[in-house]
Design a protein around this ligand. Sequence first.
Ligand code: BG6
Ligand code: MG
Length: 220
Amino acid sequence: MKISAVIFDLDGVIVSTDEFHYQAWKQISDQEKMYFNREINERLRGVSRMESLEIILSHSDKNYSEKDKQLLAQRKNEVYCALLNKLSPNDILPGVINLLLSLKARDIKIAIGSSSKNTPFILEQIGLAFSFNAIADGNSITNSKPDPEVFLLAAEKLGVAPEECVVIEDAQAGIDAAIAAGMKAVGVGTAASCVNAQLTLKDLSNLNIDQLIEVNEIRS
Ligand code: BG6
Ligand code: MG
């Protein structure tokens, strides 16, 4: 199968916002006296804001109404966005720019497939707002990863068949979403130990297009 597009997750693949998510949830958890640590934070990768809150609350005996949960998530997002103000193009992860340029040079389309509703703001902060052929994000989906919706939407916006797309992800939920979409998946960073990915890497520094083509030729 030829490769027509590469769909990038944003947080943890293009830019490392993980620490900001952790700090923001930690601040709210401390204020609310809810239990939260880095191990729980790992389970929030790729998961939507409201589902992340539910995971945190499952470790606590606190009960909140739906309205209060919305307010908590809103407070977390305010803290998180204040931290995002510090982001700059210097925070783009190793290998990303080279890979985007080589894909463009080979006429392979590039898209974002992210659960984050802050995707437009983050891309603007790091100077990549106009770099992708399509953006599918938390603002345009109903079901978050591991549901395949965000990647299928990205493929649809690109006008490309799902089987011709390779996804690059740092989250188990994202790898599962890619596979459920009928796409191949490359796991980077924290997903480097993910068994379901067709290829795993520490970061994108040494990934070349021939490797991506090989990944897409692997039979499911
Ligand atoms: C994902 C992150 O990219 O976006 C998750 O990995 C986060 O940790 C999710 O919860 C939603 O982000 P946001 O920016 O919409 O709160
Ligand atoms: Mg991610």
